[in-house]
Design a protein around this ligand. Structure first.
Ligand code: NAG
Ligand code: NAG
Ligand code: NAG
Length: 711
């Protein structure tokens, strides 16, 4: 029988590590984000200073060979090896989960694997990935997943594989699970690592061949009829209630059923941990997001205690059986299900500055080029609230630990504006008092606006900024609002000191009640146009569309409703991301565009196609777009990360026709080489009155005016 090393919190060393933590936290933008991460259970970069140089958790803390000694001899000095191991490897009860388990900086293979896993629900989509691309010793949790994927591969792709080959792959999974659960990574850290470990495990629960192998290792049936009944009910509830409460009555009945059946004694010890996890789930996904700011610390600490309790109990329970993998895929009680639900955390600490780095899917150095080398930007982490369940855009945030804002034109405009003001402010006092209004229509969870706020707050006086997001989906708007409150709180800025508003409305050409629909796998794709046809039918009903009632306004009526002076400042930057509804929004903005109340417009072009059903509509759409914008007196460019060109009729029509290439290769992008297929966005601005004074217009003019053409 195996003995798992359980986590004993090393209190004696906490004081020493605590003071280290404070020193390092200030470098990351203050202890407040760290404390918030503890309360929200969100992964946070290391602040202990333990992992400088080339030490890594995998190398210094993990016992890969089950030798009977502390791992990491080469990492820590001979004299206090055990003390260093305790101080650095073993998680403490006042630590936020450590973010390095995501392996975000561990190289291209792990980055690509993470992305592929988080965007696909079906494991068969992974059949062509190079499974042997990296050593598990580089990435602990990712390594366990790779062993699971190899098992899928051997069993499905190589249907003719021999029994020993199967057995070998199966044992490899058992072994990697053993390494994982005996290493000093906490359950909380596994859950928020961004690796869908338990989703992958769920796959093996419904396959007889795997069930057979599990039964060979763990003979016997655990649960009787009553327990199965409650388990099934609960399992359904966990899957249906993503981001909602799990009703406790069924959990209590399940525990009672287990306690009364003598044959189920093996499950009795599991029930306290299971019940703790259900309560943890409800606190994290339901109570905390709805609580007042002053309740967050208390509820956060309660959640932390529950997960620690469950962690210790679960490990000692699993240790009785020896075969963790077999146990988890055989277990009737929906523990794997619940753990997977917990792996979609609703809060992620994101790093806005990461957009200036080149990664596998985004050559950020192209953006960084427009910033003067001597400007240093210190951007604190952003507490970002997302959908606490499966959702493609939210998964992307979990995976990349970045706000998801793939709108290069907008990123350029904001960076140029922030940089321009910082530069000019050094020379002229008047420039330091520049004002800016940025509005985002179709803001989703607010990723682009939160990213923009991070940069703008470095350059502008907060009172001079106004940020406004419009989002019709109630749950997305609510998450966005929570992120805004967190930003104001962490910067100690009241809603007066930083005007950052979230409006739960759609902008269209007519005011009124409307239904908006989104495919079940991705709320960010919410649209008014042909959801069923595009997502349910096209994907063989793998996804279905969900509708929500919402309220629409026109930009003109919205602006007219302000109790402001007769000529309020214009909107400096209007970002439009509305999945096919662009022309409708612009028609509803005719008066605002004509009177110069919108100074700069940023929009996607190929999404225009979503609203029409005709053969080759690009020319028709380009004409419609240009004639709608005629009143606004704009000049425009088409931009992507590599180039800028005039927004002529022909170039707009060509950009509308653009189709995303499907396959993305397993290789890093070359930051100096542009890809063959390019997607362009429109950036158009009004150089004339009253916009000639807008800092955004001035910054963008000085960057792109030579390339611009009147629209
Ligand atoms: C990094 O680790 C290797 C052993 O893997 C060691 O030889 C080397 O000295 C280390 N480098 C630094 C800078 O610590
Ligand atoms: C199993 O089948 C695949 C093709 O489906 C083939 O490439 C492979 O050689 C076969 N392996 C054995 C051991 O027969
Ligand atoms: C748009 O505004 C302009 C200028 O006020 C006006 O001449 C034009 O008729 C308006 N177009 C529509 C469709 O309302």
């Amino acid at each position: 029988m195996l003995v798992f090393r359980s986590h004993t919190w090393a209190l004696s060393l906490q004081a020493a590590v605590g003071s280290l933590a404070v020193a390092a936290a200030s470098a990351l933008g203050g202890g407040t984000t760290y404390q918030d991460a503890v309360w929200w259970g969100a992964a946070h970069p290391d602040i202990t200073g333990c992992w400088l140089g080339n030490r890594s958790f995998e190398r210094c803390c993990v016992n890969w060979n089950f030798l009977d000694e502390l791992p990491g001899k080469a990492c820590w000095s001979e004299a206090d090896h055990a003390a260093s191991y305790q101080a650095c490897c073993v998680p403490k009860n006042d630590w936020a989960p450590r973010s390095f388990f995501s392996c975000a900086d561990t190289g291209i293979y792990w980055e690509r694997l993470r992305q592929t896993l988080s965007l696909f629900r079906s494991l068969t989509a992974l059949q062509h990935s190079p499974l042997n691309g990296a050593a598990p010793q580089e990435c602990l949790i990712g390594g366990v997943l790779v062993s699971l994927l190899e098992l899928v591969y051997v069993s499905y792709e190589l249907r003719n594989a021999s029994a020993p080959r199967w057995e070998h792959a199966y044992n490899k999974v058992e072994n990697s699970m053993r390494i994982l659960f005996s290493s000093p990574v906490s359950l909380e850290e596994i859950l928020v690592s961004g690796w869908p470990l338990f989703l992958t495990l769920d796959f093996f629960r419904f396959d007889n061949r795997f069930q057979e192998l599990a039964t060979q290792r763990l003979p016997g049936v655990f649960a009787g009829f009553q327990t199965m009944k409650y388990s099934n009910t609960l399992s359904g509830a966990i899957q249906a209630e993503q981001g909602n409460r799990i009703a406790l009555d069924v959990v209590v009945k399940l525990a009672n059923s287990v306690a009364k059946a003598p044959a189920e004694s093996a499950l009795v010890q599991l029930m306290p941990a299971f019940t703790a996890l259900v309560n943890y789930h409800n606190l994290r996904k339901f109570d905390l997001p709805r609580s007042d700011a002053h309740d967050v610390p208390r509820l956060g600490v309660e959640a932390k205690r529950l997960i620690e309790f469950a962690d210790t109990q679960l490990r000692s329970w699993m240790a009785h059986f020896g075969y963790t993998f077999s146990l988890l895929i055989k277990l009737e009680i929906p523990l794997v299900n619940l753990l997977q639900a917990l792996s979609w955390p609703g809060v992620v600490m994101t790093q806005p500055a990461e957009y200036l780095k080149s990664t596998i899917h985004f050559p950020g150095l192209q953006l960084a080029k427009i910033l003067p080398a001597r400007q240093a930007w210190h951007l604190p982490l952003v507490e970002q609230h997302i959908h606490p369940g499966f959702d493609a855009a939210s998964n992307m945030v979990r995976t990349t630990l970045q706000p998801m804002c793939y709108a290069p034109g907008f990123l350029f405009v904001i960076l140029a504006t922030a940089s321009h003001v910082r530069e000019a402010c050094e020379h002229s006092q008047a420039e330091c008092r520049a004002r800016l209004k940025v509005w985002d229509v179709g803001a989703s969870y607010g990723d682009c606006m939160l990213w923009a706020a991070s940069y703008l707050l470095e350059a502008f006086v907060s009172e001079h900024l106004e940020l406004r997001g419009f989002e019709p989906l109630p749950s997305a708007a609510a998450a966005f609002r929570r992120s805004v409150r967190a930003l104001q709180r962490s910067r100690k800025l009241s809603p007066v000191a930083l005007r950052f508003l979230v409006e739960e409305i759609a902008m269209r050409d007519q005011a009124g009640e409307v239904e908006i629909s989104f495919p079940s796998h991705s709320m960010a794709l919410a649209t008014f146009h042909r959801c069923e046809e595009r997502y349910s039918v096209a994907s063989n009903n793998l996804y279905h569309c969900i509708s929500r009632p919402t309220r629409a306004e026109t930009l003109d009526s919205y602006m007219a409703s302000f109790p402001e002076p007769s000529l309020p400042d214009p909107v400096d930057v209007l970002k439009l991301h509305v999945q096919g509804d662009e022309l409708s929004v612009l028609r509803g903005a005719n008066a605002s565009l004509a009177s110069g109340r919108v100074c700069l417009l940023h929009m996607n072009l190929e999404t225009l196609l979503l609203q029409v059903k005709m053969e080759d509509p690009a020319h028709w759409l380009a004409e419609a777009l240009i004639s709608t914008l005629k009143v606004a007196d704009l000049v425009g460019v088409l931009v992507n990360l590599w180039e800028v060109k005039p927004a002529t009729f022909e170039s707009i029509a060509a950009a509308i026709k653009f189709k995303n290439p499907d396959a993305v290769a397993w290789k890093p992008p070359d930051p100096n080489k542009r890809p063959e297929e390019l997607h362009y966005e429109l950036v158009a601005w009004r150089p004339s009155w009253p916009c000639h004074e807008s800092v955004a217009v001035r910054a963008v003019s000085s960057m792109w005016l030579p390339d611009a053409t009147p629209l």
